[in-house]
Design a protein around this ligand. Structure first.
Ligand code: PLP
Length: 422
């Protein structure tokens, strides 16, 4: 059969030689055309948080599709969108006042950047337009989101980017958080805080290599933003909806950002959806003045996607999925730690909840990719992240047997790769 589909982020020459075509999924497992089974240790692309073939979500989407398919949010609304927005904000103790729906994560980041600039424009502070982000960060691939991309290989050949982008240093294992903060503050001060509209940060960097940002740094960012009238954006596209064992990571740090970008696990992979959670301080300006925020996507907040998100949220909370992550995170952590003791190749395990990275020895360039390719042969799916990190993010519903299966297959893979490299 001809292969005319151009995949995302793929070396097509390699892929076509050995295509992985998934035909079905069940729980934490997927199956290819030959019915080979794979444990999905990456939850689709970090989004299939409740596993595959959840007929309860599919049924609910079908039920709602009969009501309002195709109603947009351009100057009108639909019931399931309103109900979902209320339910989500209510579950977050009404820390936020509104949700702006998008179709995914990149356009959620685009939207957050535009809300930030627009907020200052309408507040009479047009000079505030710069957006700061961290080195190694990943916020998406459309141009606004790409302009705050901290992984250089993802922007090569597609510049120039938006003006006013500031790169802050990422945390490293060698320096203390005090020094890290000093470096961040110096960079922000050098840029003149009066020209900065927003700072965007992933509480745990995902594609950049599963790098958690320390609470103390997030607190200092919050204080800095308060002091200089800067909007603090948490990008929780990955960490949101239970991934860290909390509904959102900001709750774990007890720091309230001004905007949160969400997507991925929002619908557990059953439909495309993203959004921005907007604090009262910002929404108030748009709500109470004669301002039209001239922004929106035809399919942003599609009713069937909102139905998928509504059902996903109910399942997360009513089936105690987040409690399950909390109960099992130690087991998953222990398995990964055991692998780091067993194999010299594994230098560090980092992360939280069901979101971990195995940092491999970077003196072997391309090692994380080699491990991922070998793992696939062994019936285990991952994607490598930056800095030779293998990312382990199984569906949040994965039970002990699935976690053990991941451990066994990863152990086998590391044995095979170690004998090749060391
Ligand atoms: N933000 C973060 C933290 C992400 O990891 C991603 C995607 O991986 C995005 C934004 C972009 O999301 P999407 O791929 O839905 O556009």
């Amino acid at each position: 059969m001809k292969y005319q589909l151009w995949n995302n982020f793929s070396n097509m020459a390699d892929f076509i030689k050995n295509p992985l075509i998934i035909t079905r999924g069940e729980g934490s497992y997927v199956y290819d055309k030959n019915d080979k089974e794979y444990v999905d240790a990456i939850s689709g692309i970090w989004n299939v948080n409740l596993g595959y073939s959840r007929t309860d979500i599919i049924d609910f989407m079908y039920e709602k599709s009969n009501e309002v398919t195709g109603v947009s949010l351009f100057g009108r609304a639909h019931q399931i969108g309103i109900e979902y927005a209320n339910e989500l904000l209510n579950r977050l103790d009404n820390d936020f006042d509104a949700v702006f729906f998008t179709t995914g994560g990149s356009d959620a980041v685009e939207t957050a950047i535009k809300i930030s600039r627009s907020f200052f424009y309408h507040s009479g502070k047009q000079e505030k337009f710069k957006i700061a982000h961290f080195e190694n960060s990943y916020h998406g691939v459309s141009y606004g989101a790409l302009s705050v991309m901290g992984i250089n290989s993802n922007t090569t050949g597609t510049g120039p980017m938006l003006p006013g982008s500031i790169t802050l240093p990422k945390p490293t294992s060698v320096e203390s958080s005090d020094i890290h903060w000093e470096l961040i503050e110096r960079k922000l001060n050098n840029e003149n805080p009066d020209t900065i509209a927003a700072i965007i940060v992933e509480p745990i960097m995902g594609a950049g290599g599963i790098i958690p940002i320390e609470s103390i740094i997030l607190k200092k960012l919050r204080e800095y933003c308060n002091h200089h009238d800067i909007i603090l954006i948490f990008d929780e596209v990955v960490t949101g909806f239970g991934r860290t064992g909390n509904l959102f990571a900001y709750k774990m740090h007890n720091i309230r950002p001004d905007l949160i970008t969400v997507a991925k696990g929002m619908t557990a992979g059953y439909a495309p959806l993203g959004g921005v959670l907007v604090s009262e301080k910002i929404y108030e300006l748009f709500k109470t003045n004669d301002i039209v925020f001239r922004h929106g996507f035809t399919y942003g907040g599609h009713p069937i996607s909102c139905a998928a998100a509504y059902k996903t949220l109910r399942i997360l909370l009513e089936e105690n999925v987040i409690d399950h992550v909390r109960q099992k995170e130690e087991l998953l952590w222990k398995y990964l730690l055991d692998l780091s003791f067993e194999f010299d190749l594994v230098q560090e395990v980092r992360g939280k909840g069901f979101m971990y990275g195995l940092k491999l020895d970077s003196k072997f360039q391309g090692i994380a990719k080699t491990v991922s390719v070998k793992a696939q042969e062994n019936g285990l799916l991952f994607r490598p992240a930056e800095e030779e990190v293998v990312v382990v993010m199984p569906p949040l519903t994965s039970d002990e047997n699935v976690l053990k299966d991941i451990y066994n297959k990863l152990q086998k893979t590391l044995h095979e790769v170690s004998s090749q490299f060391i």
